[in-house]
Design a binder for this molecule. Sequence first.
Ligand code: F6R
Length: 366
Amino acid sequence: DRGGYRHFMLKEIMEQPQVVAGALRGRVNFDAGRVELPDFPFLEDEIRDFRRVVLTGCGTSLHAAHVGRYLIERFAGLPAEVESASEYRYREPFLDSDTLVVAISQSGETADTIAAMQDAKERGARLLSICNSEESQAARLADGSLYMGCGMEIGVASTKTFIASVTILFLLGIYLGQARARLSPEVRRDLIADLASTPRLIGEMLADVSQYKVLAQKFSGYNSFLYLGRGINSAIALEGALKLKEVSYIHAEGYPAGEMKHGPIALIDRNMATLALAPRDRLYDKMAGNIKEVKARRGIVLGVLTEGDTELAAEVDDTLFLPTAPEHLYPLLATVPLQLLAYYIALDRGCDVDQPRNLAKSVTVE
Ligand code: F6R
């Protein structure tokens, strides 16, 4: 049931306010300023012994892992690494019982992710899964799981399960920080209140999608896109580019904007579209610099900016605005316009958005 929408992908994008609210439900205690994860399989004493966190997954789930790394470093002060499961399983990584391995998988059945989990288990690591299916192999294999609880995702391109993964990783970061006495109750209370405001902010962004239809017409003719972001939003750039290539078949590359000078800038000319994520966060000035460099080479820039940012809006060709929010919410918020853009560009190109060619919802073979 597409719930009145033309495609499951759009329906699932529109469900995201409820998905975030659902991921928070029963996991936050506002009054005490505490994250509570009843399903977390390790005791506080064990958490204090963790020396590092390794996050793994494939595709969109790997991008969620990238976001998670920033959140865990920032909130828990633990060394955190990201590993693509399809590579990690063939490495000989050092893992021990002081390492928490977090495997992210919507389906819980992705062959490479399962193999990486098996390997981590054999090496004695502690294993947590973040997945959407309680009946999955990932759930069975892990010491414990944090479930996304967002209902079946039918669109082959993951949307709502990415938002759910990132929300849970946010909670996990705070939870680890809380157990390790890294975050004061006041800071935690603020973070939890910020998270709780996200469903409303996402809802505001979803209320009017008319601008995407106009932008889609303008951008659907480009053959190549660069998606740029910095810091935590560089992971959102990767995810935005993946969404576009999956559903519209336009070549799109996500790049950390600081790498531009080291090669990709050679691609810029008036036929190259650049989507630049430049919300008002700690790296805003750096992104503004990157945008100016692209414009100086006649690149076409679609800026994802914070509302009211008339200054940078004047530099770019087109804009999508995010509501003003605390900076750590921008990855969650910026995900939404990138999904909508991919969806409407694919529609404009007449693509089968719910079942893109060559892709399967669950990749159970290597
Ligand atoms: C992208 C997409 C894929 C999956 C990947 C992992 O939209 O759907 O990249 O994210 O195949 O799938 P799960 O999360 O089920 O392990």
